[in-house]
Design a protein around this ligand. Sequence first.
Ligand SMILES: [Zn+2]
Length: 509
Amino acid sequence: MPPMLSMSWGDEGGARTAVALRDEWAASSARIEGDRAPAICFDRSGRRWCATADEQGRVWLCALDRAGVMGERSLVAGALTDHAPSVVCWRDKLCVAIVDRDGALFLATGQDPTRLRFRGPASIAVASGPPSIAATCARLHIAFLGTDRRVYVGSSDDGRSIGYRAVSMPRRAASSPTLSAWGENIALCAIDDNGHVYTASSHEGVELALVRRGGAAITRSTPAIALHERTLHAMLLGTDRRLYRACASVGHPLDFSALPAFGEAESAPRLCCARDDEPVEPRRSRVVGALFVARDVDRTALRVGAAIALLDRHLQLARERYRRWLEDDTFALGDTVVVEAERSIDHYAGDGAWERVRDEVLASQADNADTSLCTYVILFARGKPTPEDCFGSAGPNHAEGSGAVIVELSSLFADAPYPFQSTLVHELGHAFGLPHVSAYGESMEQCESIMSYNPRHWTRGLSLPEPDATLLPEELLALGQNEVALPDFRFDPAKHNPSRRPLRTPRDE
Ligand SMILES: [Zn+2]
């Protein structure tokens, strides 16, 4: 099966990207603000990431949606560059590499794109152009052009420091080399002053030697490459400003032909290949109802079927409300489960009760809080709890997109002491990572958000207030960052913060 390839390049208007599915270049190309040829990579869930450098030398990272439209940009602070950055996904982390203004290599590695920062330098200064970075299972690999015009490759086990060495090549290189990896193999590409293309490949970068594999005088910049199994895909910018592509088994000549679709280009293309051993659909967590029945609950009085049916109607309604607030996405729902608790009611009271209930529900589903893809809405079945012991609380788990809501079965039927539907959407907000509106300085009694206690928004059974409660732009921004619970929702400042007021960061409460 052909791989999914993504290309970015610059034309007279800026930078663009396109994706090839099944070898057909999709027309979903889109213009990107800023840099001429953004570096691109696929992450493990099949999303594309894009790294660019602006005129001040600052490096930015953002996700691209399927149409190639940029999400919010995050600054990768800590170092500046006059060259294009390079980006790759390595062990579930994003890794950005740059060569700074002194020629030293810097790496920024982490899971949270908003917190990436260059640390280092990861090497002493010898580079004279942009780096190219690729990841095998074990290592990060980097290629760059030395100030002596030799091609260097380096690798890192920790994403912090890089050891490097010169690669054998019969002539001096004319521009920065390009690198790609698949499994444990890496491939390297360079050109000489005559536009001849050289490639090399090896296991984990050991004993690389660049050998001439065709091309002559049709390009002045190194082809972009993407290795897929034993096949090397390559693209280049011709001296006639057309884009050319070639595809060959590793170690065989690359025979370039013009790509008709995209007109004239002004900067060399960048290329990346999705890992087809990973799911291309984004990972998505589910909200799962769980009726949690303490051991000493009177089973004859328990209306299990009615409880599950009513909970499902509330979950469907909550799902529909999130759909109205977010438009592009809402949470996925799984089937409600019944969990027979191991202990009696008294065990699930006092300090740590919330964690005890949550952990028992997770364990009953052979799940755990570090890797879970579920947010459990746990209905605690017992008699009428005292107000101090009454559950109505929630929080996220360590795993992104996962969390737990614990509410009382008695409140599902009685709509008291809290209105069940209002509480459900509020607690789901906490489970998705939202704080109370007071964290943004808003009034808990009067704010229009579901994350307040404003009684005007209280539901009665399954009927909603008119008008319904809403979400603050800050809350929409935070939900847009929950990429596992709501992978298709993107915060769009024009739509979600039309007044363009400065968004507040939440205070700890
Ligand atoms: Zn709350």
